[in-house]
Write a protein that binds this ligand. Structure first.
Ligand SMILES: CC(C)(COP(=O)(O)OP(=O)(O)OC[C@H]1O[C@@H](n2cnc3c(N)ncnc32)[C@H](O)[C@@H]1OP(=O)(O)O)[C@@H](O)C(=O)NCCC(=O)NCCS
Length: 178
């Protein structure tokens, strides 16, 4: 995906989506500090977010890996969502990619998550990915709906695998075969 792609959200606003560049590290850092403070459904806490230098390194790794994708959704110059597909380094499992996604709360329910998912699945099909997998907290209804909409299937539950403010929760392992 070398050029920006433009999309219209459900409220009529326009966004564009492109791959991350090293120059995006600072605004990505700000984005992750914000989104991790807005939801409990991301494993990372705000104080655990990568610093800018580590974020830069991560982007470099994604840009230099044939089976990794780091997508950013922008509203004007503001980062409003990200999606990462992390293909495995080892050859026997290089066709498997782990998916992670986050959207700024102000933009939930407007189609950003669906746009990022659609783009990532298209990219995966063109890059030898045969299985996309992820884990999701059992009470994260919005995310589970998004994943089911794109054909992800629940494979198993990891009991008490995460803890939120209301106590322990299961993590659901979901996967889509391409
Ligand atoms: C989960 C998340 C990525 C979804 O992104 P989004 O931009 O809100 O997603 P969309 O607007 O494309 O909506 C996707 C689906 O969610 C469902 N949905 C939308 N609003 C909803 C609501 N209020 N309640 C429940 N489900 C809802 C719908 O099925 C929708 O599909 P549809 O519009 O075709 O009906 C986003 O809410 C988010 O970042 N949440 C916090 C971080 C997180 O949970 N990440 C995933 C960790 S596994």
């Amino acid at each position: 995906m070398s050029v920006d792609k433009f999309f219209t959200l459900k409220d009529g606003r326009g966004i564009f989506v492109r791959e991350a560049f090293v120059e995006d590290a600072e605004r990505l850092h700000e984005f992750y500090v914000k989104v991790t403070s807005e939801t409990e459904f991301l494993i990372t806490l705000p104080e655990e977010v990568f610093d800018v230098a580590s974020e830069r390194n991560l982007i470099r790794i994604y840009r230099s890996s044939y089976n990794r994708l780091y997508l950013i959704a922008f509203y004007s110059t503001q980062v409003i969502g990200t999606l990462k597909l992390a293909g495995n380094r080892r050859k026997r499992v290089a066709h498997v990619a782990e998916l992670s996604i986050a959207v700024k709360k102000d933009f939930w329910g407007l189609g950003v998550g669906s746009i990022l998912m659609q783009e990532a699945i298209e990219w995966a099909k063109e890059h030898e990915i045969k299985r996309i997998e992820l884990t999701v907290v059992d009470s994260n209804e919005r995310a589970i709906k998004l994943y089911k909409k794109f054909g992800f299937i629940e494979e198993c539950r990891m009991k008490m695998a995460t803890v939120l403010s209301d106590g322990f929760h299961d993590l659901i392992l979901m996967a889509k075969l391409l």
